[in-house]
Each structure stands twice: as structure tokens, then as C-alpha cells.
Design a protein around this ligand. Structure first.
Ligand code: FNR
Length: 369
């Protein structure tokens, strides 16, 4: 049999991830919107995530999980700010681990893009009559037409959000997760601080690159202080706002150069892998979507820094994924929609690529042999 780079294990700190075909975080908008079950994982989440573990994904990154109620994207998001949520996540991490997948969770705060409807109902902003709330942001600039003006966070508010991230990381560890990913992408709160397109502050959190990156690095430091030294910490970034790509919209945004600079800072602050996505902060940006369209951004971070990366975005073919890892453009790939369509993608890809080091191609459960 040939040798597959995609099915080589990857060790970060003391954690070994069994392969490099990972499940991208994907919101399911399927938690209770109020009451004691608000933000609590359900049987849907267990089955959805569990199926992809059985399907052979080396790492499962649980969807964007809010560090506080107002940090949810929609009222039906998962959260990790109380005991009940923590306990039910424990049920999921046990199942994923039992089936050979590493359990990871993406922790986030939606910022000015909070309080919106479930994506399949259009994702428009919702008010209190639909369990919505007042969104917050670095600056009082709405995300798009039809979105409310977010409330500008004070420095005391910022400190509270940083503490919320730390508390959620503590709970993630107690729930059995071995990877935490900070959501710094897609126009949510951390990205809103990073990008001059959404951050017009004049205090220590706005203006210069160092000031705009301050909140992200404070979150990283607070999470890293809670997260054990043996376990890796990931950060998802939007490598570009795609504004410079749009001649009709020359407003200043976050760029690939900024991402390389941030990657070096993140590495110095104890981040172990950069999960490289793009976009989400500027609704009118034009994005040249095609297979693997975000891979060059991951490759650039890998070429110009010592920070490992994962690539994501229209990676759907085993040989495409293999080539990305084998050529060193990224250390791993994340699969989103393709894994929704086919939970067995990793096990089938292992067979196609003829992975070595495994008793059988892939990681089929005993029951399916
Ligand atoms: C997503 N995506 C996403 N990204 C993220 O960082 N946190 C999240 O919670 C979600 N939620 C989410 C839900 C659904 C239904 C989809 C389809 C996507 C983005 C996702 O992680 C991935 O980056 C993109 O889907 C691109 O990869 P694919 O789908 O082309 O493989």
C-alpha cells in the first residue's frame, strides 16, 4: 500500500491526533432557546458529531459555542457558561473519544452578528419577541442593512468577555475536550476588533495593529492560562476581509499580511495551530469561491511563520486533501459541507489513498466490520 500524508497522525504538545482529516465547526442551531436547556447539547448534537467520529474524522471541532448568552449567534446556539451545558458536553466527548476521535470545541462570541435567526430561516436579526437581544461590538457600526446598531463595549465590558472565554475554557476541559479553538473569524467579536473595517475605537483596543490585536491576544492569554500545557490551543482566523479584492469597495479591511503578523503573535502567546478561513466581516466583499480557494492563505502562514495550520473551504476530494497536506500547504484539512453529506468521508478516503499504519483502511467501528 502507498503512504498517505492525510492519514499520518499529528502531535501538538502532548496530544496526538490520529489523522489530518478533521471536521470543521458547524453551527446546528438546534439547542433550546430558553429555560434550563438553553444552549445545552441535545441528542441531535450527539448523533451529528458522533456520526462523524464513527466516520473516521481525526478531530471533531464542535460548532461555535457561546461563552455567554449574548455571545450566541442565534437563540438556538450551543453555550458553555453553566453546569448543565458542561455535563451534557461530557456525554459527547465520551462518545467521540470512545470512537477514536479527538474532541475539540470552538468557543466564540458573535459580537455585532449576534441575535439572528437560524440560517435556514434566512439568518435575519431577531428582536426580543423572538428571543433576541441587543448585540455588542467594538464600535457602534451595524454589520449590514437591517442589522441593529451594536452597543459599544466599555473597557470593563471587554474584561468581562475575556473572563467569559477563560471560564468557558475551564468548563471545556472539565467536559473532556482536549482541543479548544478560539473563534477569531467570520466577522464575530474577535474579528470585529482585529479589522479596521469594524473597529473605529480610539482607546487601547483600536487604531494601530497592536491595539486592534489586543483583545484577541488577551482572550488567548486568558484561555491559555486555563488550558493545560499538554493540550493544544487553536485559533480560527479570517485571513482576509476580501475588501482589497473589490475595486468598488476600497474601505480598509483585514489583509493576508495582517494575518501573517498576527500568526507570529499568536505563536508567541501559546497558540498551537491556525485554522485559516476568510471573510464574514464585510457583507459586500466579493469572494472568488472555487475548490480550495482559502488554501493559499494557510500555505502563506505556513511558509512565513512556524505556526502549524489547517486549511478549510471547498476541500471535497480525497486526492485534493492529500495533496494539500503532502505538499506542506497545511498540516491538516477541515471538512465542512462534504462531511455533512457523507459522514464516512475520512474512512472512505483512507481506503482510496491506501493509508499505512492502520490495521484496516480507515477506522471503521467493530460493529461495521
Ligand atoms: C459553518 N461554518 C462555521 N465556521 C465556524 O468557524 N464556526 C461555525 O460554527 C460554523 N458554522 C457553520 C455551519 C454550517 C452549516 C456551515 C455549512 C458552515 C464554516 C465551516 O466551518 C467551513 O469553514 C465552511 O463551511 C467551508 O468549508 P466547506 O463547507 O466548504 O468544507
Amino acid at each position: 500500500r502507498g503512504v498517505s500524508a492525510l492519514f499520518e497522525p499529528l502531535t501538538l504538545r502532548s496530544l496526538t491526533i490520529p489523522n489530518r482529516a478533521w471536521m470543521a465547526p458547524m453551527c446546528q442551531y438546534s439547542a433550546a432557546v430558553e429555560g434550563p436547556e438553553q444552549g445545552v447539547p441535545t441528542d441531535w448534537h450527539l448523533t451529528h458529531l458522533g456520526s462523524r467520529a464513527v466516520g473516521g474524522a481525526g478531530l471533531i471541532v464542535v460548532e461555535a459555542t457561546a461563552v455567554s448568552p449574548e455571545g450566541r449567534i442565534s437563540p438556538a446556539d450551543l453555550g458553555l457558561w453553566n453546569e448543565r451545558q458542561q455535563a451534557q458536553f461530557g456525554r459527547i466527548t465520551r462518545f467521540l473519544t470512545e470512537h477514536g476521535a479527538v474532541p475539540g470545541i470552538q468557543l466564540g462570541h458573535a459580537g455585532r452578528k449576534a441575535s439572528t435567526d437560524r440560517s435556514w430561516r434566512g439568518g435575519a436579526p431577531v428582536g426580543p419577541e423572538q428571543h433576541g437581544w441587543q448585540p455588542v461590538a467594538p464600535s457602534p457600526i451595524p454589520f449590514d442593512e437591517g442589522h441593529p446598531v451594536p452597543e459599544e463595549l466599555s473597557e470593563a465590558d471587554i474584561r468581562r468577555v475575556v473572563e467569559d472565554f477563560a471560564a468557558a475554557a475551564r468548563r471545556a476541559l472539565a467536559a473532556g475536550f482536549t482541543v479548544v479553538e478560539i473563534h477569531g473569524a467570520h466577522g464575530y467579536l474577535i474579528h470585529e476588533f482585529l479589522s479596521p473595517f469594524s473597529n473605529r475605537r480610539t482607546d487601547a483596543y483600536g487604531g494601530s495593529f497592536a491595539n486592534r490585536a489586543r483583545f484577541a491576544l488577551e482572550v488567548v492569554d486568558a484561555v491559555r492560562a486555563e488550558w493545560p500545557d499538554e493540550l493544544p490551543l487553536f485559533f480560527r482566523v479570517s485571513a482576509t476581509d476580501w475588501l482589497s479584492e473589490n475595486p468598488e469597495d476600497p474601505r480598509e479591511g483585514w489583509t493576508a499580511d495582517d494575518t501573517v503578523r498576527l500568526a507570529k503573535e499568536l505563536l508567541a502567546h501559546g497558540v498551537d495551530l491556525l485554522d485559516v478561513s476568510t471573510g464574514g466581516n464585510a457583507p459586500k466583499a466579493r469572494i472568488p469561491v472555487e475548490p480550495g480557494y482559502q488554501v493559499p492563505f494557510a500555505a502563506r502562514v505556513k511558509a512565513e511563520t512556524d505556526l502549524p495550520t489547517s486549511a478549510v473551504g471547498l476541500i471535497t476530494e480525497p486526492r485534493q486533501a492529500e495533496e494539500i497536506v503532502a505538499s506542506g500547504q497545511a498540516d491538516a484539512v477541515m471538512l465542512g459541507r462534504e462531511l455533512l453529506r457523507n459522514p464516512y468521508w475520512p474512512n472512505l478516503a483512507a481506503r482510496e489513498l491506501g493509508s499505512r499504519g492502520l490495521g484496516v483502511p480507515g477506522r471503521w467501528p467493530d460493529q461495521y466490520h
